[in-house]
Ligand binder design. Structure first.
Ligand code: URA
Length: 238
């Protein structure tokens, strides 16, 4: 990571605005390697230096990765004046540059990756890569075998082309609960696909995205940091 100005280091780690941290620095509240540093432009060696603010160690985090089980009723945006966003749910966040990787509809639940790693986000979202996404779907009416085949081969959702091949698995006798794996991510894609075969999605939950699988212990609204294995696997496959 190399070197970075002290005021940026502290502001990036959520210790206040740039102006606020400058004031704190000038007041002598910051220790770098046991020494009071009063200049905001002091260059921190991000790997090696030990930075304390009022006795508390501030470790710099460059890229961060959270797995959120998005609850219904929350929007996949970074800011919204009226509605609650997925970022409002991440209470322990330090960085201000986090964003959700892709969007789930307001009434969709499930796996959402939240990060500040723009490169990884691009790799996961670019249509060229065809990253698999798996969803649990509850339908208004049972799905016929014919509709299932139709969905797997590709359906007309009003775009230039039919949807790309998908996989659909029945989960229950009534055939109104299925899993679908798609490798595209068009707006409302899953809902539009089932609509195209005369059905209707009444509940939708994302279960996985590429190699990343929703942690079953996370209740809707709960989140955790990705493990280093999860991060490595995602990067490797992307
Ligand atoms: N497809 C949809 O229709 N909605 C989502 O939220 C995700 C995929």
């Amino acid at each position: 990571m190399g070197k970075m100005r002290l005021d940026k280091y502290l502001a990036d780690m959520g210790q206040g605005t740039r102006t606020e941290v400058k004031k704190a620095i000038k007041k002598g509240k910051i220790l770098v390697n046991q020494e009071i540093i009063k200049s905001p432009e002091y260059k921190i060696d991000v790997q090696a230096d030990i930075v304390l603010i009022e006795g508390k160690r501030i470790v710099y985090e460059d890229m961060v990765y959270y797995m959120l089980n998005k609850p219904q009723g929350v929007i996949s945006a970074t800011e919204d004046r009226r509605a609650k966003t997925v970022l409002d749910l991440i209470e322990d966040k330090k960085r201000k540059d986090l964003f959700p990787v892709g969007r789930l509809d307001k009434d969709t639940e499930g796996l959402l990756l939240i990060t500040n790693d723009g490169e990884l986000a691009h790799q996961l979202l670019t249509p060229k890569k065809h990253v698999d996404k798996k969803y649990f779907v509850r339908l208004k009416t049972p799905l016929s075998e014919e509709s299932r085949n139709h969905l797997e081969e590709g359906v007309d959702i009003g775009e230039d082309k039919l949807t790309m091949p998908s996989q659909v698995f029945f989960l229950n006798e009534e055939k109104n609960e299925v899993e679908i794996i798609i490798c595209e991510g068009k707006f409302h894609q899953v809902k539009r696909m089932f609509q195209a075969v005369g059905n209707e999605v009444i509940f939708l939950k994302r279960l996985s995205m590429g190699s990343l699988v929703l942690d079953k212990t996370l209740q809707p609204g709960e989140y955790r940091l990705l493990t280093s294995e999860e991060i490595e696997r995602l990067k490797k496959n992307a």
